[in-house]
Write a protein that binds this ligand. Sequence first.
Ligand SMILES: N[C@@H](CCC(=O)N[C@@H](CS)C(=O)NCC(=O)O)C(=O)O
Length: 216
Amino acid sequence: MKLISYALCPYAQRVSIVLDEKARRFERINIDLANKPDWFLALSPHGKVPLLKDGDAVLFESVAILEYLEDTVEPALYPADPAARAHMRAWVAFAGSLLNAIGRLYSARDAAVYEGARVDLRREFEKLEQAAAEAGWPTAAAFSLLDAVYAPVFRYFDLFDQLLDHGLLAGLEALAAWRQRLAARPSVQRAVAATYTDDLRAFLCRRNSFLLKAAA
Ligand SMILES: N[C@@H](CCC(=O)N[C@@H](CS)C(=O)NCC(=O)O)C(=O)O
């Protein structure tokens, strides 16, 4: 299999983590999104990564790719029980809306927009905290698809925590425990390059992010 990606993409990280957890060997090809190659544009309907190439099949949209891998490669990362599976799918979708909210946060260029995004994101994390604590995700024995989609969410905070006192996860103990468990997982560590945090900082700098101005 070939995973077409971009170095910082959280959606591609999901796929990388799941392939790794399912012990499927794959080749990762990172492209420059500012200069998309023609071969990529010919394959990608929306010009977005990730794409997964499996033989003649070219798959796009990370959740569709995860579902494909779940249908075709053992071990299962969704629960077998239909209600538990539906529940997990709903929280997988929530991880996507969190990634959008994080995007709004780091795209803010001034204090007022940043503060609005910060308050919205904090509210979403409080919802997640309650669900995580009730369901026991932070200490779950088996790795699940939920782990694969929340690990890239938490990874942003490796840099954000160095930059400023954002308070986004403060006091959310279930999320802190979950984040720690995921950060120790080899598949999660291998989903990005060792230069990830520096690369993310450079990305924020190019976007003139308020996060860096506040840190300065
Ligand atoms: N909903 C898509 C989102 C994918 C996405 O937004 N990818 C970004 C990179 S992280 C991208 O390719 N953006 C294209 C661009 O910036 O031109 C998925 O889950 O795969």
